[in-house]
Design a protein around this ligand. Structure first.
Ligand SMILES: [Mg+2]
Length: 284
């Protein structure tokens, strides 16, 4: 009797372990990687109870210049710290950062997505952008979220719920929804999207999310699971990479500090070729 019980316990343990192993190894069909928006069948999304969420940076838009593409990577952060340390005479970094925000180009990665989004909205499918960007005062802007909204609008993107402008409570920082753009202020997207849905009293049947961060997509999927919302996620891989170029970036930043104008990569390369000596004398 005792031996039979031990055999049963062993078989049960092996069975449970097998289920765990199969689950861990099985692909997650609700999340897939796409290299462009054409790989997503937007025309099949027809229900007003489906919310479509686009990430902004490296999904809808991307800067064109090497420094900005790498701005949040270790090289960009280290470089910025070094610049600040090397230039104690610069008292107003806000002004410098504002010039970059104003002048550096951040175009749509795939311009056709604007008409795809409009078609969704014509079918009464709500669409919003969700970015983990900071909110509130930044550089010379009183509200960074308005800068983001204005920039996206200038490119043809307008989200749904455009009459709404509110902050979300219950977070360490200050997530804001401003006219179709949800900025999480570096909070995790899952809980912020949950709080946004509560605030507007909307319980979608399904969320479709497109984001270049697989981690963000998984966090939002978890939030949807908790709320009984179906989820479909696409890890967008259409953004370009540019290799860090210390000489080029140093030239651009030196030029910015001297002339209060941001040179894009092409302009900077041309100037570096034309007058490397005179420019370094100005900068130095
Ligand atoms: Mg992104």
């Amino acid at each position: 009797m005792k031996i039979r019980f031990i055999r049963f316990a062993i078989r049960l343990t092996l069975g449970i372990s097998l289920i765990f192993i199969i689950n861990a190894c099985s692909p997650d069909f609700s999340i897939q990687s796409v290299s462009n928006f054409k790989a997503i069948d937007f025309s099949s999304i027809k229900s007003p109870n489906t919310l479509v969420i686009f990430d902004v940076d490296e999904t809808l838009i991307q800067p064109v210049d090497t420094y900005l593409i790498n701005e949040h990577k270790a090289e960009g952060i280290n470089f910025r710290e070094k610049m600040v340390a090397d230039h104690p005479e610069v008292k107003d970094w806000d002004k410098i950062l504002s010039i970059i925000l104003e002048e550096a180009k951040r175009p749509l990665i795939e311009p056709d997505i604007v008409s795809e989004i409009k078609k969704l909205q014509e079918r009464n499918v709500p669409v919003i952008a969700c970015t983990s960007m900071n909110t509130g005062k930044a550089a010379l802007y009183e509200r960074l979220e308005i800068w983001r909204y204005d920039h996206l609008k200038s490119l043809g993107f307008e989200g749904s719920f455009t009459s709404k402008d509110f902050t979300l409570q219950g977070f360490k920082s200050q997530p804001v929804f401003y006219k179709g753009v949800l900025s999480t202020d570096l909070e995790e997207k899952g809980p912020v999207i949950g709080a946004f849905l509560d605030k507007i009293s909307f319980k979608p049947e399904k969320i479709v999310m497109i984001d270049d961060s697989g981690a963000f997509i998984r966090f939002v999927k978890e939030e949807c699971f908790k709320r009984g919302i179906n989820f479909e996620g696409y890890i967008y891989q259409g953004a370009k990479e540019k290799k860090w170029d210390e000489k080029l970036i140093e030239f651009q930043l030196q030029h910015l500090l001297t002339h209060y104008h941001w040179l894009n990569d092409d302009e900077a390369k041309q100037l570096m070729q034309e007058a490397p000596k005179s420019e370094s004398r100005i900068a130095g």
